[in-house]
Design a binder for this molecule. Structure first.
Ligand code: AMP
Length: 170
């Protein structure tokens, strides 16, 4: 199945000029959702990493399913103020302004291998900040993976130091 056909374009969301890639039709389709997780599970079956680090909130959906399937630990990266215990934080620049992400300080042991997962690569700021969080704790980034890459934003350049894989490109 070509999952490109089941990802819905929503124009002008969350603001004018943005074409939002809506993955909810994919999630609602049992064959499509399972197909994505199966393909990723096959890719990472014997890969040398310990934990999947996924980003709030759509990254959680795929990250948790894949972590269960591969029998890996799951680590959430969240917006500020959401995680209850002691955190580390990384601030990163957006087109206009900046944003911050947090991870629990004890979420990763030094030397652990990590797969970073999110739904979509746009400018790459979110994934670059997440890789920085992993490395602050002494983790090793095995690879960064997304469902969708928006190639025209060239987010790949921002995460160039890392291995990167995507399921589909637009
Ligand atoms: P960026 O940091 O620019 O790579 O943005 C990536 C984050 O923003 C991801 O967590 C995406 O969920 C979200 N995002 C950015 N652009 C879009 C888009 N056109 N459609 C859906 N989500 C997007």
């Amino acid at each position: 199945m070509d999952i490109r056909t089941i990802i819905r374009d929503v124009p002008d969301f969350p603001k004018k000029g943005i074409i939002f890639k809506d993955i909810t039709p994919l999630l609602a389709d049992p064959a499509a959702f399972a197909g994505v997780i199966d393909d990723l599970a096959q890719r990472y079956e014997d890969a040398p990493f310990d934990k999947i680090v996924a980003i709030e909130s759509r990254g959680f959906i795929f990250g948790a399913a894949l972590a269960y399937r591969l029998k890996k630990g799951f680590v959430p990266v969240r917006k500020p103020g959401k995680l209850p215990a002691e955190t580390i934080r990384q601030t990163y620049t957006l087109e206009y302004g900046e944003d911050t992400l947090e991870m629990h300080k004890d979420a990763i042991e030094p030397g652990e291998g990590v797969l970073i997962l999110d739904d979509l690569l746009a400018t790459g700021g979110t994934l670059e900040a997440t890789a920085n969080l992993v490395e602050q704790l002494g983790g090793r980034v095995h690879e960064i993976v997304t469902l969708i890459e928006l190639t025209f934003l060239n987010g790949r350049a921002r995460i160039a130091p890392y291995s990167y894989h995507t399921c589909v490109q637009f």
